[in-house]
Design a protein around this ligand. Sequence first.
Ligand code: 4AD
Ligand code: MG
Length: 477
Amino acid sequence: MQLKTISDLLTQNTVIPEVEIKGWVRTFRANRFIALNDGSTINNIQCVVDFEKFDEATLKRVTTGAAIHIKGELVESQGKGQSVEIQVASLEILGDSDPETYPIQPKKHSFEFLRENAHLRTRTNTFSAVMRLRSSLSFAIHKYFNEHGFYYMHSPIITGSDAEGAGEMFKVSSLDPKNPPLTEEGKVDYTKDFFGKETNLTVSGQLEAETYAMSLGKVYTFGPTFRAENSNTSRHLAEFWMIEPEVAFMDLAGNMDLAEDFMKSVIKYILEHNREDLEFLDQRLQDEDKKKPQAERSDMSLIEKLNFVTDNHFKRVSYTEAIDILRNCKPNKKKKFKYLINEWGTDLQSEHERYLVEKHFKCPVILFDYPANIKAFYMRLNDDGKTVRAMDILFPGIGEIVGGAQREERLDILKEKMAAIDIPEEELWWYLDLRKFGTAVHSGFGLGFERLVMFATGMSNIRDVIPFPRTPQNAEF
Ligand code: 4AD
Ligand code: MG
């Protein structure tokens, strides 16, 4: 007898006299029908019990959440809702679940409640679908880069340079916080710390990835990154995963082409491979939508949105054009934006990004050529002297999903830009070396993995697309 997954069994259309399955009980109806799930698919398999054949004490232990082992015959289903079912011949309880205290009852739970039970929430349909999609997307990402000649590079998690400027950092130290060694000036003496210097958790693997691009040509990182800003929003995590390709001899136009092709490819992958999970999430969203007033309902279903991204060109718009559109748009003139757009040079907030994507262009947008002073020091200065070759990709419902740039490859200009914001050359000597020895045009971008998973699943809170979210005041589990 072969142990199969429920996913395998549900795609069988022949009778199999002996099958064996292990999983967790979702429901047990009328002392007769067990809905069993093993994580291999969103669908449960129906296991039919002839209660006269089993003692009452065993049947009592078939409760929601219990782990059980079933042997029986796979037959064509007598009832509606499934094509096959198992006629149970033997039933073994592997692990009991107390129905009084098991948090995941067979009913609708709020996402807030499930976040507090994040260790059990993947036993629900929604979260198991989301996490299977997360896994699939991450595979699709590696597959894309592998098939396009990229090497997977591991940037360090602990970094000695805090000059990326992408955000506040978490300190890494093994000093005793109550009694740290002090310098003569009374400051903490980090030369006595584990690494002999101040270190932090990385905010991005980009700078190290650049070093590898300048030898291996095409590389990407895919790892955890950390930001210590106190941003308690539905789109920010303190620990999130980022995908950062970096390519030698590629300019900003090539970077945009790569990002667009890459995003479309990974979305196509899940449309082909995760149909059932997507259909489930699509239906969930449509049901949610029906409860909303007409004006707030979305005009596309989840699967339509995904197809829309794969089928349409991302609109490429310069920052300057975007500012013109925003300055003259209704919500700006009627002072509906929280941050009004008055002049060229202001940074765009999420409300502006979403207006451009959702109301004005109604498709994914790549904004490029931003003012130098609102972007990072390493971005390539344009000949106008005031804009840089930056690009952000904006997605409907998400806002910024990708941030990237062509990098400044000219040593003198890079040094000037670092000096202007007081980054000591000693700190990034190795980064400057890339511009001294065989410098070349190169570009890359960072995709926030959780923002991609949000888009792909239609989940509206980033805390619900990562197994154990880390946010201000929260690091449970
Ligand atoms: O725009 P960011 O800060 O860019 C960088 O870090 C560059 N070094 C990337 C590169 O060029 N290699 O971050 C990139 C993306 C954002 O567009 C967003 O999707 C995501 O990372 N992101 C976050 N996701 C979740 N929580 C946060 N706190 C995030 N901050 C950025
Ligand atoms: Mg950004």
